[in-house]
Design a protein around this ligand. Structure first.
Ligand SMILES: C[S@@+](CC[C@H](N)C(=O)[O-])C[C@H]1O[C@@H](n2cnc3c(N)ncnc32)[C@H](O)[C@@H]1O
Length: 240
């Protein structure tokens, strides 16, 4: 197992607030959005979502504790229409060619199948500050977020946290041209102080009860305010 996976699994085992945040805010959104048919996970890494038992096939470009198929999201080794759902967490902002991955996802989904994911969200106020100054990955607007968001050959763990926002906010006409078979049906920015309170993948964060209380307060905030402050985004697409 690679060093970063061991580190993340250790932090996960020690940090109840982080586990509670993932279960209540991330896994729950994905599981609630699943449709019929088998589920494929991309970029599983340490396998926290795979461990919930909701995936039929678990993949990553590198081996991991729950990975059954090692493959690149840009060239999936599955037949057309094999899956009812494709899911991932924190993978899109690592991809060297999001258009190719989205094309592959559309190809392996059945008609009316679903793509569900959670990614970083660089909201104007809190998101920009946190991802620009407190996070180890890049946070930069790029000229071509579809095909070439990174300047050179990249490691799978190099990321740009701004990418999901850039891709999700691009005019629907551009989506229709670049990714005609995936229709965006929901984009929900969420999580502010609750996410920060987990401490991320550190062994210590705030107690789980505090993280839960913050999540409850944040869910009651008006949608416009959440959009300006959120640090995470959930998106749902349908195969058309
Ligand atoms: C930030 S980690 C997220 C891991 C896991 N989904 C989680 O939430 O803990 C990003 C993952 O994406 C994987 N990844 C990066 N580029 C990929 C690609 N082209 N195809 C498939 N997986 C990729 C990495 O190997 C890594 O496991």
């Amino acid at each position: 197992m690679s060093e970063w996976i061991e580190r993340h699994r250790f932090a996960w085992s020690r940090n109840a607030g982080l586990r509670g945040f993932y279960a209540g805010e991330i896994f729950n959104r994905i599981v609630s959005g699943l449709g019929p048919g088998p589920t494929l996970e991309l970029g599983s890494g340490p396998g926290f979502f795979a461990e919930t038992g909701r995936c039929d096939v678990v993949t990553d470009v590198a081996p991991g504790p729950f990975t059954n198929v090692v493959c690149d999201a840009l060239a999936l080794p599955f037949a057309d229409g094999s899956f009812g759902n494709v899911v991932f967490i924190d993978v899109l902002h690592h991809l060297g060619a999001p258009d190719r991955a989205l094309g592959e996802i559309a190809r392996v989904l059945r008609p009316a199948g679903r793509l569900l994911f959670v990614e970083p969200w660089v909201s104007d106020v809190l998101g920009w500050f946190v991802y620009r100054y407190l996070h180890h990955e890049d946070c930069a607007v790029v000229a071509d977020p579809w095909s070439a968001p990174f300047r050179s050959r990249k490691d799978p763990l190099d990321g740009n946290n701004y990418l999901p926002r850039q891709l999700l906010e691009i005019a629907p006409t551009v989506w229709a041209e670049r990714c005609p078979h995936l229709k965006n049906v929901e984009t929900e920015p969420f999580a502010m102080l609750s996410y920060l309170a987990t401490g991320g993948f550190r062994a210590r964060g705030a107690p789980a009860s505090i993280v839960r209380a913050l999540s409850r307060i944040e869910r009651r905030l008006p949608a416009a305010l959440r959009r300006r402050l959120a640090l995470r985004v959930f998106a749902r697409f349908e195969r058309v």
